[in-house]
Ligand binder design. Structure first.
Ligand code: GLA
Length: 725
């Protein structure tokens, strides 16, 4: 059993394959955190120390014991109101602006399945268990259930929180972090993935120091700027060595992640909903759920930690028909023709695609309303038959006749001022009365906190998807939220959260009613690249930046928390539309092929030589796809500091491996680059399937492989290895 309760000592043990999480209900009925790390059957309660410390108050029930202070003890769910002055997980305001919460243990329950969260995405699994610890504030009538999910196979512990108001008065939840990790001592680094539109998930490593450090999003989406995935690593931890903890928020809206080193050099980590513009009214008998945080621990460095998250995402987060299926190679119309197309052009793209072995054509933005640029028609999900020269059903048929599948783009959460929807329902947008809303990309935000808006959009989008055989939908979201005000909501402090529930409701209904469709998430590329979206869409367009060199870095940063198979990656034309840089067709192939692979260019402009390369890339992709989909991923360089990007994928039996290397710099008389491989079997020999050279697995991992130098910018290498026996 993964979850054990030692009734005598009042200690909970949560065991995964290689890790243990411990907590204790103490004499005061507080839930204290004891341990999170490698497997540990022995209690670590003896690590708790008690001293009389000035200005660290004592709960009244401790009597005259001045050594008991929540300001110093490690806790599972610290609250504002009982003498802990560090950053807390839970703040509750009463009607009279009082903050006096005090949560004590009431009861617990262990169940043989993984909890789900109504209306919110959450990890699932048949071989998983749940521990529910119910805490109570008797004065407020609040029952707070801490939910712990144990996914043994990928060394994951999940956390979520349910708050029930059993009292008589409305209270306001002003902060709720789903996960808290307290460490008694140690020097930690916090690794965050920051960025901007078209340059997401750069990596920053900083020392956790005295004071609060925080990243997050207040944009109503998880954001390009900070990803809701964070690593806390020991100061000496590297890719292959040392202790580290990862935390991913299974939520796509505003979030906050904090680290704090306190006065006694203890470290606290918190992750959950953003406090900004959040004040959730919880009325009598009402229940609130805080979204899930996925936690994992590795004592073998960050690459192992990433592999644990990869397994968790592919086995316990992604769902649906496409979860484990090899994705079709597609061509997307966006960088091929932007808004400038007719139905005939798209059929032509399909014909060219079919000739090259590309399996799907995706019609991106511009097929609805009168949208010929990005200033109009969002919200008008009516097919522009005049532009297409036919109905959507006819277009889908004509495309299918060429032998390829058909997909389309939508952006359900937005509305253009120049649209029928806005003219008919101006009250359906987020707009503060008396204030003109902030525009972005010349579009406004629909009020997804209003169920009417969500059901209207369901009707419209379902009708479009029923017009013909549509195999793929790219769900986009092209601006950050502002002017948080819903005409529907009674209290505006609930709107940001209720907006996300609306988005998830629409995603759930559409993905359930169109289960065969391959859904791709997108938000100006990777602005909503999170586990919340991955619960509905098994892949996400990784970035609007398709430049191969930038993509090496973006995909590298993304790989810390997310597997390759979920990263949309396309070969585009050069000079690249975002950077103006020119890279080889081969290099672009090597970089894109290790993601959810496709093309995003005018295929008619390809030279014969490039066409031959496309055919070769597709056959290589098909060969490698099962490996890429389920193999173990290894980062072999840091493309932010090294002269090259290198990564590899190895299958479970360690018989097949695919190594990719991209040179990021070139100099005269360049020193030879040696790449050390990983994940191979030391006792096996491996053949380079192209050159036929045979190497020992042990040597490839200990000594590495010299990379043959080719002159020219951004040369790339892809080597397939197969065990000789
Ligand atoms: C966003 C997406 C792009 C494309 C455009 C269309 O920027 O990330 O891939 O779909 O919108 O407007």
């Amino acid at each position: 059993m993964a979850i054990l309760f030692d009734a005598e000592k009042q200690i909970f043990f949560l065991h995964t394959q290689n890790t243990t999480y411990q907590m204790k209900v103490d004499g005061q009925k507080y839930l204290l955190h004891l341990y999170y790390g490698k497997t540990m059957d022995a209690s670590t309660e003896y690590m708790l120390t008690y001293f009389d410390r000035g200005f660290s108050g004592n709960p009244h029930t401790a009597g005259t014991d001045r050594t008991y202070s929540l300001d110093a003890l490690p806790q599972e769910f610290p609250v504002l109101g009982n003498g802990d002055y560090r950053s807390v997980a839970f703040k509750v305001r009463e009607e009279n602006d009082c903050y006096g919460c005090d949560l004590r243990y009431l009861r617990h329950e262990i169940s043989g399945h993984k909890y789900g969260i109504p209306g919110l995405p959450a990890a699932y699994g048949t071989n998983a268990q749940t521990l529910t610890v119910v805490l109570e504030d008797a004065r407020l009538g609040l029952e707070v259930s801490l939910l712990y999910g144990v996914l043994e196979d990928c060394d994951v512990i999940t956390r979520a929180v349910q708050v029930k108001n059993k009292g008589t008065k409305t209270v306001y939840i002003e902060k709720l972090a789903s996960a808290c990790l307290d460490f008694l001592y140690g020097t930690y680094d916090v690794i965050t993935f920051y960025g901007r539109h078209a340059m997401e998930r750069n990596m920053q490593r900083t020392r956790v120091s005295h004071g609060r450090q925080m990243v997050g999003s207040t944009r109503g989406c998880s954001s390009h700027q900070y990803n809701p995935f964070i690593i806390l690593a020991g100061e000496d931890t590297s890719e292959r060595r040392g202790e580290c903890y990862g935390a991913a928020f299974v939520y796509s809206g505003s979030f906050g992640a904090e680290t704090e080193k306190d006065q006694y050099d203890q470290t606290r980590f918190l992750m959950g909903l953003s406090e900004e513009q959040f004040s959730y009214p919880l009325e009598k008998n009402q229940v609130f759920y805080a979204p899930e945080v996925v936690l994992s621990y590795s004592e073998q460095g960050m690459n192992r930690l990433s592999q644990q998250f990869h397994r968790c995402v592919s086995k316990h987060i992604c769902r649906g028909a496409w979860q484990h299926k090899i994705r079709p190679v597609l061509v997307n119309s966006w960088e091929a023709c932007y808004f400038d197309f007719t139905g005939e052009d798209i059929v032509n793209l399909a014909r060219q695609a079919a000739e090259l072995g590309i399996e799907m054509v995706v019609l991106d933005d511009g097929w609805f309303g009168h949208r010929n640029d990005d200033n109009s028609s969002l919200g008008d999900w009516e097919v522009n038959e005049e532009k297409l020269g036919c109905t959507l059903g006819e277009l889908a048929d004509r495309i299918q006749e060429t032998g390829v599948q058909f997909g389309i783009w939508i952006e359900p959460e937005m509305v253009s001022e120049d649209s029928e929807l806005y003219r008919t329902h101006p009250e359906w947008i987020m707009q503060i009365p008396g204030k003109k809303p902030v525009r972005a990309r010349n579009q406004l935000i629909l009020d997804f906190a209003n169920p009417k808006v969500v059901s209207y959009l369901y009707g419209k989008i379902a009708a479009v998807l029923s017009q013909g055989e549509i195999h793929y939908v790219k769900w986009d979201m092209n601006r950050s939220l502002s002017d948080i005000y819903s005409n529907y909501a009674v209290k505006q402090g609930a709107v940001l959260y209720d907006y996300m529930l609306g988005v998830y409701r629409l995603l759930e209904q559409l993905t359930a009613d169109f289960p065969e469709i391959l859904w791709e998430g997108c938000s100006g590329g990777g602005g909503r690249f999170d586990m919340g979206m991955l619960y509905y869409t098994p892949q996400i367009w990784c970035s609007d930046n398709t430049d191969a060199v930038d993509r090496v870095r973006i995909q590298y940063g993304t790989s810390f928390g997310y597997p390759l198979a979920v990263m949309g990656a396309h070969i585009s034309a050069v000079p690249n539309h975002q950077t103006g840089r020119t890279t080889d067709f081969h290099t672009r192939g090597v970089v894109s092929m290790t993601g959810a692979f496709g093309y995003e260019m005018d295929l008619g402009k390809l030279s014969d030589e490039e066409k031959a390369q496309v055919r070769e890339q597709i056959s290589r992709y098909h060969e490698a796809a099962p490996l890429l989909q389920s193999g173990d991923y290894y980062r072999l360089s840091n493309p932010f500091t090294d002269e090259f990007g290198a990564w590899m994928v190895v299958d479970a039996g360690r018989r097949k491996a695919l190594l990719s290397v991209v040179m990021l710099n070139i100099h005269g008389s360049l020193p030879v680059i040696y790449v050390k491989l990983d994940g191979l079997d030391e006792t096996k020999e491996y053949r380079d399937t192209e050159s036929g050279s045979v190497y020992s697995g042990a040597a490839l991992m200990s000594c590495g492989l010299p990379v043959t130098l080719r002159l020219g910018d951004y040369q790339a290498y892809q080597i397939q290895f197969e065990a000789t026996e």
